[in-house]
Each structure stands twice: as structure tokens, then as C-alpha cells.
Design a protein. Structure first.
Length: 157
């Protein structure tokens, strides 16, 4: 098991990288998609939208509530992830989750969007538009599920 310093560095490093990539992608999207969308393949496209709700536009119009919830969640997850002694894989998992949540929180707090999150990737007309922070959160949660399913197996052997 690596030291807390190593895993804390991984959590913070992956989180910062996630936020940086997310914010760069959102800036590019805002600068290039204001007046049009870009069609990709199989119905996917880049289209600029602003979401005042949570994932899948749940709670639209409640940006203040989600800002508070995201702030508390990011803080608690980061404190736990930095405190806990964990594997490198779990540290990456926490970094992805914290980075994804922080990327969307950054939009709500620091971008002049009225507390809304920038979304710009649409894979199908029936699927909600999302962003890089959402992808980071998704893969962090998938990794969490994978790790949690494997851990009981390790403790038996």
C-alpha cells in the first residue's frame, strides 16, 4: 500500500488534471459553438447548452442548491480521499470524482453563466448533453463500482 503522501498526490493531481481539461474544453466550446452546432458521426454533435440543474437536467432552475451541495460534496470527498490510506487505483478513482464535481462547480461559481454548467457533447438527441467533467465523474464512479466489487474477493483470499 503506498503512503498517504503518494495517494494524496494522485488524488490532487488527477483532480486538477480533470478540472483543467474540462475547463479548457468548455472554453473552446463557448468560443466556437455560440451560433451553431457541429455534427459528428452517428447523430452525435457538439452543441452549446447551459444547465442550471444537476445531471440529466434534474432540478432545473435550482443552481444555488446544487452549488451548495457540490461544494459540500467536493470538500468532504477531498478530505476523506486525502486522509484515507488507499491503493493507487482508489486514489485515481477519487481524483476523477472530485475533479469532475469540481469542474462543474467551477462553472457555477466562476463563469458568468448565472450559476449554470456548460454542456456541449450530445451523443444522441434522446440523451442529455454533457461535458468532460461529467465523463470524469462517470468513469470515477464506474471505477468505484469495479474496485468495490473486487475488494471483498481480495479479503477472502
Amino acid at each position: 500500500m503506498p503512503s498517504r503522501r503518494v495517494t494524496a498526490g494522485l488524488v490532487v493531481g488527477v483532480g486538477i488534471l480533470s478540472v483543467a481539461v474540462d475547463q479548457i474544453a468548455k472554453t473552446i466550446a463557448e468560443n466556437n459553438l455560440r451560433d451553431h452546432s457541429i455534427d459528428l458521426v452517428l447523430g452525435a454533435r457538439f452543441v452549446l447548452t447551459y444547465n442550471s440543474g444537476a445531471a440529466f437536467s434534474v432540478g432545473t432552475g435550482r443552481s444555488g442548491v446544487f452549488t451548495v451541495l457540490a461544494s459540500v460534496t467536493v470538500t468532504l470527498l477531498l478530505v476523506y480521499a486525502l486522509w484515507a490510506r488507499q491503493s493507487r487505483l482508489r486514489a485515481v478513482m477519487f481524483g476523477l470524482i472530485v475533479g469532475g464535481a469540481a469542474g462543474n462547480l467551477f462553472d457555477r461559481l466562476f463563469r458568468p453563466n448565472g450559476g449554470r454548467v456548460i454542456d456541449f457533447v450530445e451523443i444522441a438527441r434522446w440523451w442529455p448533453v454533457f461535458n468532460v467533467a461529467d465523463v470524469s465523474l462517470f468513469f470515477g464512479i464506474v471505477l468505484m463500482l469495479f474496485v468495490s466489487m473486487r475488494e471483498p474477493e481480495r479479503s477472502r483470499s
